[in-house]
Design a protein around this ligand. Structure first.
Ligand code: THU
Length: 156
């Protein structure tokens, strides 16, 4: 028996946007305005930077039958890959406003969105940056680091 550890690397930015991702962060915050969050009041915006430099955005879309709604990240990622199936993804920025107010603490994606990110890595054969935004702190992490021990039946 042997004790093992996983190391997770990420960068923390205090009250600032990561360099090179300023436009992407502004786009993620802006698209929170299009969220349909009638039930939670929690508006999430996601902005995808494609390999071509184009930015594709999405927001959370809720439903009275709660599980039928979709997170901002998956809305944006599915929009991106369905519009440009041949183009890879460089980065994904996520922002949120709780009842209209930009969140202080950085917003982290749910497990289902992480699984969809894992599929993007598999599909395009490239990792990408995830920028989790908050007013106080913003974190940049590689998508692959967000879902350790992810299911991968073709690995072995
Ligand atoms: N939500 C997202 O869109 N992305 C996240 O990363 C966290 C949660 C949405 C789902 C639901 O519409 C609302 O935020 C409250 O959970």
């Amino acid at each position: 028996m042997e004790k093992a550890e996983l190391k997770i690397d990420y960068m923390v930015y205090e009250e600032s946007y990561p360099e090179g991702y300023e436009d992407l962060c502004r786009a993620a915050l802006k698209i929170t305005e299009n969220a349909y969050c009638a039930y939670s009041g929690f508006a999430v915006g996601a902005a995808v930077l494609m390999d071509t430099g184009e930015i594709v955005c999405g927001s959370n879309q809720e439903n009275i039958a709660y599980p039928s709604g979709l997170c901002a990240e998956r809305t944006a990622l599915f929009y991106a890959t369905s519009t440009y199936p041949g183009t890879g993804i460089k980065a994904l920025a996520i922002a949120a406003r709780d009842h209209g107010v930009e969140v202080d603490e950085y917003v982290t994606p749910c497990g289902a969105c992480r699984q969809v990110m894992a599929e993007v890595i598999r599909r395009y054969g490239a990792d990408f940056d995830v920028i989790m935004m908050g007013k106080k702190q913003t974190v940049v992490i590689k998508a692959s680091q967000l879902l350790p021990f992810s299911f991968d039946s073709l690995k072995k």
